[in-house]
Ligand binder design. Structure first.
Ligand code: V47
Length: 418
């Protein structure tokens, strides 16, 4: 058992790793499965309006893997309640009603970005109004601000800054780890890692090794967008392609780091593009088992070039729930599906807990990427608000750390179960 003491201005926290507070519920995290086995009978009372879904439902309940064509059928169906029923069935087999959330803080060290992706409202050219880059001390100060409950994760993501040396990021990681030794550092999308490799002429593996050595513990899922090259050329033409995105995650997994995956929907992509994207992720997961969570992300058009190019209405609650459900059904080897409340609103994210999602993400504290693109959601939710949303949906809240280990809090201590 490792015991460390962490002192904050607001809090004195005892962090006890690998132990359990007496009297707390004994929760076990399942190891990452290589293939998730699910079986059952099609219940008599399951009403499937879209008859094309019936054979797919039989396969889902028999625990069989779905094909590309079946994925497209799921996306083209409007029988959302049947999709939700099936996805919820899979979710309950995996997790019961347990629903994960975490107490985290987002930090975006810079919004300066040379990529100019048409989908993005966050990145700025270096001389554009609103461009910023945090000095290291400023980043450390912000990391400790505006939260009242001890954080277990910093989520670090920025732009592709042309002049910041790689050393800045290594110093940032080291400085955060030094000041907040018990906070997990999840950071830098595969796009940023690819860019650091390009800038430094180090291989991607070397970049990841150096970042890991400086304190990086896992990678977020951003930058995946849609893998289909024809779509990528329009929405983010200067970014790494699918091959490099997947390579970065494969290498991170080989180095023992877990990561997440995302998909951006609701712009110019087709149902086939979405299924192709999900199946490329499923294939890599078969190889590495390093992904923890899949997060579908709805495109927000405000203040983006892409928003001006396409005649567009913002993604609907219907599409949000469908993407959660289809992801749960196709990604049979991903342990978790996250309903990111910042993106889908707390109201829809709560519904998603009954459509295949088992994770709501976290307290976040300060969010820029979606709010620059017009999100009307709050910047933060408290731990109590997340718990209420989960309980109201008839689910059992479970605070997790980044690696899905249950976290148990008292007023003075935090326990992470091994
Ligand atoms: O990569 C950017 C997307 C992502 C827009 O891993 C946009 O736990 C919609 O990846 N409209 C960043 N989406 C966010 C992200 C994430 C969020 C929460 C948790 C995790 C995790 C990862 O946001 C980008 C891009 O795909 N994005 N601009 C936009 N206008």
């Amino acid at each position: 058992m490792r015991v460390c003491w962490k002192f904050h201005q607001q809090y004195h926290c005892q962090i006890v790793k690998g132990s359990r507070i007496a009297g707390s519920p004994q929760l076990q995290i399942p190891p990452l499965p290589s293939r998730i086995e699910i079986s059952g009978m099609l219940p008599e009372n399951l009403r499937i309006e879209d008859t094309r879904l019936r054979p797919i439902a039989e396969k889902v309940l028999a625990g069989e893997r779905l094909s590309f064509d079946e994925g497209v059928t799921l996306y083209k169906s409007s029988d959302l309640l049947a999709l939700g029923y099936l996805a919820h069935h899979v979710r309950v087999k995996l997790h019961g009603t347990r629903t994960y959330f975490n107490v985290n803080r987002h930090i975006n060290p810079t919004n300066v970005c040379v990529a100019s992706c048409k989908l993005c409202a966050f990145g700025r050219r270096p001389d554009a109004p609103g461009a910023y880059t945090m000095a290291l001390e400023e980043a450390y100060r912000i990391a400790g601000e505006n939260w009242s409950e001890a954080i277990t994760e910093f989520h670090l993501v920025g732009g592709l800054h042309p002049d910041l040396p790689f050393q800045y990021y290594l110093d940032l990681l080291r400085g955060l780890k030094q000041r907040f030794p018990n906070v997990h550092l999840k950071g830098f999308t595969a796009v940023e890692i690819g860019y650091f490799s390009h800038l430094t002429r180090l291989s991607i593996r070397e970049v990841l090794e150096k970042m890991k050595d400086a304190g990086l513990e896992s990678l977020p899922g951003g930058g995946a967008e849609i893998f289909a090259p024809a779509v990528r050329r329009v929405i983010c033409d200067h970014k790494i392609g699918a091959y490099t995105w997947l390579k970065v995650h494969r290498l991170a997994h080989e180095l023992g780091m877990h990561s997440n995956a995302t998909m951006l929907y609701g712009h110019i992509e087709s149902a086939e593009d979405r299924v192709d994207h999900l199946l490329q992720l499923r294939k890599l997961q078969d190889e590495t088992h390093g992904f923890q969570t899949f997060i579908p992300l709805a495109f927000h058009p405000a203040n983006t070039e892409l928003g001006k190019l396409v005649e567009h209405t913002e993604a609907s609650g219907f599409m949000d729930l469908k993407n959660i459900a289809v992801a749960r059904l196709l990604l049979d080897n991903f342990p978790h599906i996250k309903a990111y409340w910042i993106m889908m609103t707390p109201r829809v994210a709560q519904l998603a807990l009954r459509f295949g999602a088992d994770d709501l993400d976290g307290t976040v504290v300060e969010e820029k990427i979606y709010h620059d693109a017009g999100a009307k959601t709050p910047q933060a939710l408290t731990r109590a608000q997340l718990i209420r949303l989960i309980r109201e949906a008839g689910c059992e809240p479970c605070e997790r750390d980044t690696l899905y280990r249950p976290v148990i809090r008292t007023e003075t201590s935090i326990t992470v179960q091994a």
